[in-house]
Design a protein around this ligand. Structure first.
Ligand SMILES: C[S@@+](CC[C@H](N)C(=O)[O-])C[C@H]1O[C@@H](n2cnc3c(N)ncnc32)[C@H](O)[C@@H]1O
Length: 251
C-alpha cells in the first residue's frame, strides 16, 4: 500500500457514514462564520481543500460562491456530488492529493477544515514536509490579499494525552507531535484496518509554517469543529483555527 493509500482507503470506506459524526452538526453556523470572516459574496472564487462530503462547499455554492472542492477520496467526492445535486447547486469537484494539487485558477479565498488533508500524512511519510507542501500549495492557489481559514489538530492536547508508553511503542512522536494509529471500518468484504498518522500543531509552529509559505497571520486560537469563534486556544481542545492572508511575497 502506498503512503497515500491509508487515508484514501479509510475515507472511501467511511464516506457513507461521515455525516453521522457529531462534529458535522454545526455546519450552518460554521458557514455563516466563513461568509463573514472570508468576506464571501456572490461570485467569490473559493477553494475547499480536503472538502470531504462537501458540507461547507455546498452551502457556500447556495450562497452563490464559485466553489472548487478538492479531495483525495473518490468515496467522499461521490457523497459531495450527491449533496450538491440534492441542493441544486453546481460545484467543481476535483480528485487530487492536496500536496500536489495544481489549481485550475487563482482563488479569492480558501478553506481547509477539520483536517481536510492538513495534518493527515500517510504512514511512513514525513508529516512536516507533508503539511509544508499543503501550506505552499494553498499560497500558490490564492491571489494576493485572498484569505484562508484552516483548522488543524491541537498538538498541545496530543502532548497531554500521550505518555512515555506511547512514545516507546511508536504510537506518538513527541518531536513532530504525530500520532500513528490504526483506523478501522466495515466494508463489503469484512472489517478493514489501515495505519495512519495525524500531525498536531503548536500555535507557533502553525504560524511559522504559514508565514514561510507566504501568508500574513491574522489570528490563531481555539477552533474545534462546532465551536468556532475568537478565543485563546484551550490546551485541551481538539482543534486550532488559523486565519491568514496571502501576501505578495508568496513563493
Ligand atoms: C475529516 S475530513 C474533513 C472534510 C471536510 N473538510 C469537513 O470539514 O467535513 C478529511 C478529508 O481530507 C481528505 N484528505 C485526506 N488526505 C488528503 C490529501 N492528501 N489530499 C486531499 N484530500 C485529503 C479526506 O479524504 C477527507 O475527505
Amino acid at each position: 500500500m502506498s503512503v497515500k493509500e491509508g487515508w484514501r482507503a479509510f475515507f472511501d470506506g467511511h464516506a457513507p457514514f461521515y455525516m453521522q459524526n457529531v462534529f458535522t452538526r454545526n455546519t450552518l453556523a460554521e458557514v455563516e462564520f466563513l461568509v463573514g470572516e472570508l468576506h464571501l459574496t456572490p461570485g467569490t472564487r473559493l477553494l475547499d481543500l480536503g472538502c470531504g462530503t462537501g458540507r461547507h462547499s455546498v452551502e457556500l455554492a447556495r450562497r452563490r460562491c464559485r466553489v472548487v472542492g478538492v479531495d483525495l477520496s473518490r468515496g467522499m467526492l461521490r457523497q459531495a456530488q450527491a449533496a450538491a445535486h440534492a441542493a441544486g447547486v453546481s460545484v467543481d469537484w476535483i480528485q487530487a492529493d492536496a500536496t500536489r494539487f495544481v489549481a485550475p485558477m487563482s482563488f479569492d479565498a480558501a478553506i481547509c477544515l477539520c483536517e481536510g488533508s492538513f495534518g493527515l500524512a500517510g504512514d511512513g511519510e514525513d508529516p512536516i514536509a507533508h503539511d509544508a507542501a499543503i501550506a505552499r500549495n494553498l499560497a500558490r492557489c490564492l491571489r494576493p490579499g485572498a484569505r484562508l481559514i484552516l483548522t488543524a489538530l491541537n498538538g498541545l492536547r496530543l502532548l497531554r494525552q500521550h505518555g512515555a508508553e506511547d512514545i516507546a511503542a511508536g504510537a506518538f512522536d513527541p518531536a513532530t507531535l504525530t500520532e500513528r494509529h490504526p483506523m478501522e471500518w466495515e466494508s463489503d468484504t469484512g472489517n478493514r484496518e489501515v495505519v495512519v498518522c495525524e500531525h498536531g500543531f503548536r500555535p507557533e509552529e502553525l504560524r511559522a509554517l504559514f508565514e514561510d509559505a507566504g501568508f500574513a497571520i491574522e489570528h490563531i486560537g481555539g477552533g474545534t469543529a462546532g465551536n468556532w469563534g475568537f478565543r485563546p486556544l484551550d490546551p485541551e481542545e481538539y482543534e486550532i483555527m488559523l486565519i491568514a492572508v496571502q501576501t505578495e511575497r508568496a513563493p
